[in-house]
Structures are given as C-alpha cells and as structure tokens.
Design a protein around this ligand. Structure first.
Ligand code: SDX
Length: 427
C-alpha cells in the first residue's frame, strides 16, 4: 500500500523516485527494490533500519514496549492463554474454536515420539557437550528421517514438517539434558500437557513416580508463551534466509538454533545467570555497572538492552511476576533475585542506561525462574529454542505461502581492485 513517495537526488544524476509503503502499524518503509537496477545499493550492517519482509505474525513497538501476536497483546496471552493455543494463533492467524484446538492438540500430542534410531545419534556426542550443540545437530539430523515431508513446495509436506517440529522439539530438548547427566531417556506421555510432558521428560526417572507440580507446569507454559515469537530477530531472519533457498525445514530450524545460541541473542539467559552469579552480592553491583559502561571493557549487562525495545520489554514484566510466583511456591529465597532487582533499580536510574534506553529484556529474569525449577543454565537456551520453534515455523510457512525469493544481499566492496597474480611459492 503506497500513496507517498521519496525522491533520491544524486549530484549530477536524474532524481530517483521511490514508493513509501505503509502497513497496519509501525514505521512506513521506503521500497528500494528498484535501486539496484539504477546502480545503487542501500547500506545497513545489522539491519538496524531495514525491513527484510512483509509479515502479519508479530508486531513490536519498541518505544511503547508493545508486543502483539496476530494482534493479541503478549500480557493477555501470557495471562489468559496457553502455549499450544498461542502456537495455533501464530500458525493460523486466529484464535481456535474449542474443536479446532482439540484437533490441534491431538495432532501435536500424537507426534511427540522421535524415530527410535535417533536415540543412537546422541551417543556420537561427548556427555559434556553443550546441549545447544546437541540440539542443533539432532534437529538437523531429523531431515534424514522424515522423507515424506521433504518437498517444501507441497503445502501438505510443509504442514507435516511443522507439526513434527512442534511436537518433537520438547522430546529432543529433554533428551539433550538426560544425555548430559547420564540418565535414561524418558518417552513422551500423551496424558500430560505440552509443558507438563516436557517437565516429566526432563525430571522423571524409572526409579520413582514423578508428579508434575502444577505451578511449575504453568510457569513453564508461560515461559514458552513469552519466547514463542518476536518478529524478525536474528534467529528468525536466519530461518527465513535458510528457507528462502527451498532448504529442508529441519535444516532451517537447525540454522535458527545455531543463531539463537549466541550470547547477544538467545544465549543471553544463560549468560545473564552467570553474570548474576559472578556479581553474587548487591555490594558488587557498582563495579559491574562501571565495567558495563567502560568502552574499553567488553563486559555488557546480560539481559539488558534490545535492538528494538527502547522501553521495558513487556515479556520481562510478566517474567518478573512469574519469578516471584515460582520462588514463593517453592518456598525459595534466591539471593540472585535480590541482586537482579537491585541491579535493575541501579541501572534504571543510571544516566548511561537511561540515555541509551537500556531496559531489562526477556532474558533478565528467565534464568532465575529456570534455575529455581532445577534446570541447569546450559539448558536455558535449549528451552528458548524449544519455545521459539513455533515462531520460526510460522515465519518459514508465511515466507512459503507468500512465494519465496532467495535472500541474496549485496555489499559495499572495499577490497583490492583487479591486479596481476604471481605466486611466491617454490615451484
Ligand atoms: C534477545 O531481536 C530480538 O527480538 C531478540 C529477542 C527475541 O525474542 O528474539 O528479544 C531475544 O536476543 C534479547 C536480547 C538478549 N541479549 C542480551 O541481553 C545481551 C546484552 N545486550 C546487548 O548485547 C545489546 O543490548 C543487544 C545486542 C541486545 C542490542 O544491541 P544493539 O541494538 O546493536 O545496540 P548497541 O550494541 O549498538 O548498543 C547501543 C549502546 C552502545 O553504547 P554506545 O556505543 O552508544 O556508547 O548501548 C550500549 C552499547 O555499548 N549497550 C549496553 C548494553 N546493550 C547496549 N551497554 C551495557 N550493557 C548492555 N547490555
């Protein structure tokens, strides 16, 4: 949709007119698709000012701290919905009727088992491998087991692959944990909820009955909702780029997992807990805040700042409430929560953070909750990947539905001009 234009005038050149497109919400965009033909590229490392696609899945207003999934505010979904209903909404665009939801849940539940041969794949990894390395490897390997959903040009194949990924990610994620601690894998159970089934596969053993704590089950379900999707973040953009060549969906999700692992992205929850443990007491906070502001120190406050949010990350607000609920339910007092709340207070009143609009993000509190639930920090990003799988699939599906065009950015070349080659190696 465009009724406005911008004119680009280069010295000595004819002016170039570009359409300005506007969506339902958010910034207008300058349509630069014709620029290449006129010998010009745009330059935007990190894509701070670039819209890579059109999408109807998630909207973020970074200044107002707004996050909508298909128009539904994240705080309403986190409070009144459940993860599988949010998955349905992200994938289908509307809230399901009870019958549609029951059907969706049955399909997801009935695909949670993985091919038995895949269990042997785990034994190719060292026990002390980082679970994200194992998750990335095993997810990519799923492409070798499901040949009946390989043709991404067939919508039914795409739908089957989507359900398999949504259903099997908790099973593979829990297996990554069990393998790392030398305990036997636990098969999924169809009588449990999505979150309850994951907790059971994580913590139950053959030796005694494991009863899912409903408060922890609800907290895990809420954590999954809060991490489900987030517009064109680095890992989602990676999935879109990988998928734009027509690549296998399992391989595309493995690429998303690899990107999410970075400490600047999904790895921040694990890094944030390590940071809080390193700070350890409220008295040490000023020294770490000083280091975070020191340009000569690479230290950053993990769990703070965001490329888009220049206000509170609405997910962090819900996460903080959940943190208190879980600790109260478990009768736990976690000194790290005290450090986190004091760090939040100090940072939010420090001019350096205020000027740069640095607020706590989704990763700031999640680590404290997951730790309180008995989950090791090495599994935090695995849980983030499990939750974000539905977002990655929704964007991958939308890209195919809209007609894929291979992602192939250009560059600003500052290397050598053409020159003669003569080898310096001995004949
Ligand atoms: C996620 O994109 C998404 O939507 C991601 C995500 C999702 O759901 O998919 O929301 C999940 O990845 C959340 C972000 C988790 N990462 C962290 O918590 C790591 C710590 N945060 C920083 O690394 C940083 O804030 C980023 C990477 C999140 C954002 O970086 P930007 O947008 O490139 O901003 P920047 O690095 O250019 O920072 C702007 C200024 C700089 O100072 P100046 O050069 O202007 O003086 O703010 C400073 C930075 O030095 N700064 C920080 C800081 N984050 C930015 N200073 C101290 N501590 C920080 N955390």
């Amino acid at each position: 949709m465009s009724d406005k234009k911008v004119t680009l005038t280069l010295q000595g050149e004819a002016p170039v007119e570009l359409d300005v497109l506007h969506g339902t919400l958010g910034q207008d965009v300058v349509d630069v698709r014709t620029l290449g033909a006129q010998g010009l590229f745009t330059y935007d490392p990190g894509f701070t000012s670039t819209a890579s696609c059109e999408s109807q899945i998630t909207y973020i207003d970074g200044d107002e701290g707004i996050l909508l999934h298909r128009g539904f505010p994240i705080d309403q979904l986190a409070t009144h919905s459940n993860y599988l209903e949010v998955c349905y909404i992200l994938l289908n665009g509307e809230a399901p009727t009870q019958a549609q939801f029951d059907d969706f849940c049955t399909t997801v539940t009935r695909h949670t088992m993985i091919h038995e041969q895949i269990t042997r794949l785990f034994h190719g990894f060292r026990r002390d491998s980082h679970p994200m390395a194992v998750l990335c490897g095993v997810t990519g390997a799923l492409a070798a087991f499901y040949h009946d959903s390989l043709d991404v040009n067939i919508e039914r194949h795409r739908e089957i692959a989507a359900f398999r990924l949504l259903s099997k990610m908790p099973t593979v994620a829990a297996m990554c944990y069990k393998y790392s601690i030398g305990q036997p894998f636990v098969y999924p159970r169809n009588d449990l909820s999505y979150a309850g089934n994951f907790l059971n596969m994580m913590f139950s053993t053959p030796c005694e009955e494991y009863v899912v704590n409903p408060v922890l089950e609800r907290a895990m379900d809420r954590i999954l909702i809060l991490h489900a999707d987030h517009e064109q973040n680095a890992s989602t953009s990676t999935v879109r780029t990988a998928g734009s060549s027509g690549a296998n969906p399992f391989a595309c999700i493995a690429a998303g997992i690899a990107s999410l692992w970075g400490p600047a992205h999904g790895g921040a929850n694990e890094a944030c807990l390590r940071m809080l443990e390193e700070i350890s007491t409220v008295e040490h906070i000023p020294e770490f805040v000083r280091r975070a502001k020191d340009k000569n120190d690479s230290f950053r406050l993990m769990g703070f700042g965001h490329r888009v949010y220049k206000n509170y990350d609405p997910r962090a607000t819900v996460m903080r409430e959940t943190c208190h609920e879980v600790l109260n339910e478990l009768g736990m007092k976690d000194d790290l929560l005290e450090v986190a709340m004091e760090l939040e207070h100090i940072a939010l009143n420090d001019p350096y953070f205020i000027e740069r609009k640095l607020y706590p993000n989704v990763d700031f509190y999640s680590g404290i909750i997951l730790k309180a639930m008995g989950i090791p920090s090495s599994m935090f990003t695995v849980i983030f990947a499990m939750a974000r799988t539905v977002g990655w699939i929704a964007h991958w599906k939308e890209m195919h539905d809209d007609g894929i065009k291979i992602a192939r950015p250009r560059q600003l070349y500052t290397g050598y001009e053409a020159r003669e080659f003569s080898s310096q190696l001995k004949e």
